[in-house]
Design a binder for this molecule. Structure first.
Ligand SMILES: NC(=O)c1ccc[n+]([C@@H]2O[C@H](COP(=O)([O-])OP(=O)(O)OC[C@H]3O[C@@H](n4cnc5c(N)ncnc54)[C@H](O)[C@@H]3O)[C@@H](O)[C@H]2O)c1
Ligand SMILES: [Zn+2]
Ligand SMILES: [Zn+2]
Length: 361
C-alpha cells in the first residue's frame, strides 16, 4: 500500500524549502523503496531550488543518501529488504553504446524509478537527480541502490552518493593519478577536499591544495595535502610551478567551475599533463585559450561527471577502505542536522562554514 511520509520539497523558483507530506507508491517492477537513514546537503540541491537545473517544480530534494531497502518490486534480484545501501544517480542500463563498449561509467541511459512520488493532492514530484532522499522513505530504481558493508555509519556512507565520490573519482578515475605524481587541486570544498584524499589514496607524492579560504586549506592539509596555496595572495600558476621544480603538476583538478580557475589549471600543469574539470560551470561562462597552447602543451583536458564512478565497483571498495581506517570519509561530515534544517544548511554552505551538513532521519 502507498505510504505517506515527510519530505523536503522546493515548491518554486527561489522559494524556501518546506516539509510536506508526500506519498510513496509501492515499488513496481525494477523499483525499490528505501528507508532513508542519512542524506547530505549538496550544492546541487540549492541549484534545483533556485531553478538552475530545470523548471520541473516541485522538487523533492536530497540525493547523497544511505539507508535500508524496505521493499522491492517484481523482478528485482540485486537487492533485498534489509540491505544497507548507498543511493546512486548512475544506475547503468547495460545496453547503450557506452555500456556495450565496456565503459558503463559513461552510460547514456541511466535508470530512475518509473512511478512518481506525489504531494498529498496528487501533484507529481521531481526527485533531485532521480533520488529525492530528504524524506523518511524514497522510491528509486533498484539499480540506484548499491549494497555496502552495514558496519559503515549512514551519514558517512551516504556522502559517496554524490560530491565526495565526484572528488575522489576525479583523482582516481578521471585523472588516473598514479604513484609519485604531483597533483594540484583548485578549490577545496567538499569536492576538492575529496580529490585531495583521492590523490593521496592513489599514491601522489606531492599534493598542492589551493583555495581562497584558510579553513579549507587546513582541512585539505589534514586529508593529505603536502602544500597549500592561498589563492588570494599568490599567483596560483607560479606557485604551483615553484612547488614542482618549475614545471607544473602532472594532474590539476579544477573543483570550482569558473573560467579563471580553469585557465589557472590549464597553465599550472606540466607539459603533457592532465586537467580534470569537476567543478560545474553555469551556462553563460566562456573559455578563451590560445589554440597554439592547447596544441603545444599536449596532454589531456578532461571533464569528470560523478568522478567517472561505477557505483557497483567503487562504493563497496571505498567503504571497505574507510572501515579499515585507510580513507577518512568521516572528515566530510561537519554536522548532522534534522529534516527541518535544510534551509539553514544552505546558508552555512554558502558561507563556506561546512564541508557537508547531513540530515539524519
Ligand atoms: N562533476 C560532478 O559530478 C560534480 C558533483 C558534485 C559537485 N560538483 C561541483 O563541484 C564544485 C565544488 O563543489 P563543492 O561542494 O566542493 O562546493 P564548495 O562551495 O564547498 O567548494 C568550492 C570551493 O572553491 C573555493 N573557491 C572559490 N573560488 C575560488 C578561486 N577563485 N580560487 C580557489 N578556490 C576558490 C571556495 O572557497 C570553496 O572552498 C561545484 O561546482 C559543484 O557543483 C560536481
Ligand atoms: Zn548504458
Ligand atoms: Zn550532489
Amino acid at each position: 500500500m502507498a505510504q505517506q511520509v515527510r519530505g523536503v520539497v522546493a515548491p518554486g523558483k527561489g522559494e524556501p524549502v518546506r516539509i510536506e507530506t508526500i506519498t510513496i507508491p509501492d515499488p513496481g517492477p525494477g523499483e525499490a523503496v528505501v528507508d532513508v537513514q542519512a542524506c547530505g546537503v549538496c550544492h546541487t540541491d540549492l541549484h534545483y531550488r533556485e531553478g538552475g537545473i530545470n523548471d520541473e517544480f516541485p522538487f523533492l530534494l536530497g540525493h547523497e543518501a544511505a539507508g535500508l531497502v524496505e521493499s522491492v518490486g517484481e523482478g528485482v534480484t540485486e537487492v533485498a529488504p534489509g540491505d544497507f545501501v548507498v543511493l546512486n544517480w548512475r544506475a547503468v542500463c547495460g545496453q547503450c553504446r557506452a555500456c556495450l563498449r565496456g565503459r558503463p561509467w559513461y552510460c547514456f541511459d541511466t535508470h530512475n524509478a518509473s512511478q512518481k512520488m506525489t504531494l498529498a493532492d496528487g501533484t507529481e514530484l521531481t526527485p533531485a537527480l532521480g533520488i529525492g532522499a530528504f524524506a523518511d522513505k524514497t522510491l528509486v530504481a533498484a539499480g540506484q541502490c548499491t549494497k555496502v558493508d552495514p558496519a559503515a555509519k549512514p551519514e558517512v556512507a551516504g556522502l559517496l552518493g554524490c560530491g565526495v565520490m565526484a572528488g575522489l573519482g576525479a583523482a582516481i578515475n578521471t585523472g588516473n593519478v598514479g604513484r609519485g605524481d604531483s597533483v594540484a587541486v583548485i578549490g577545496c570544498g567538499g569536492v576538492g577536499a575529496a580529490s585531495v584524499l583521492g590523490a593521496r589514496l592513489a599514491g601522489a607524492a606531492k599534493i598542492i591544495a589551493i583555495d581562497l579560504d584558510e579553513r579549507k586549506l587546513a582541512t585539505a592539509t589534514s586529508l593529505g595535502a603536502t602544500h597549500t596555496v592561498h589563492a588570494k595572495d599568490a599567483d596560483v600558476v607560479e606557485s604551483v610551478r615553484e612547488l614542482t621544480g618549475g614545471f607544473g603538476a602532472d594532474v590539476v583538478i579544477e573543483a570550482v567551475g569558473r573560467p579563471e580557475t580553469y585557465e589557472q589549471a590549464f597553465y599550472a600543469r606540466d607539459l603533457a599533463g592532465t586537467v580534470v574539470l569537476v567543478g560545474v560551470p553555469t551556462p553563460e561562462m566562456k573559455l578563451e585559450l590560445p589554440l597554439l597552447d592547447v596544441f603545444g602543451r599536449g596532454g589531456s583536458l578532461k571533464s569528470s561527471w560523478y568522478g567517472d564512478c561505477l557505483p557497483s565497483r567503487d562504493f563497496p571498495m571505498l567503504i571497505d577502505l574507510y572501515l579499515q581506517g585507510r580513507l577518512d570519509l568521516e572528515a566530510f561530515v561537519t554536522e548532522t542536522i534534522g529534516l527541518g534544517d535544510v534551509e539553514a544548511a544552505f546558508d552555512k554552505m554558502h558561507r563556506g562554514d561546512v564541508l557537508r551538513s547531513v540530515v539524519m532521519l
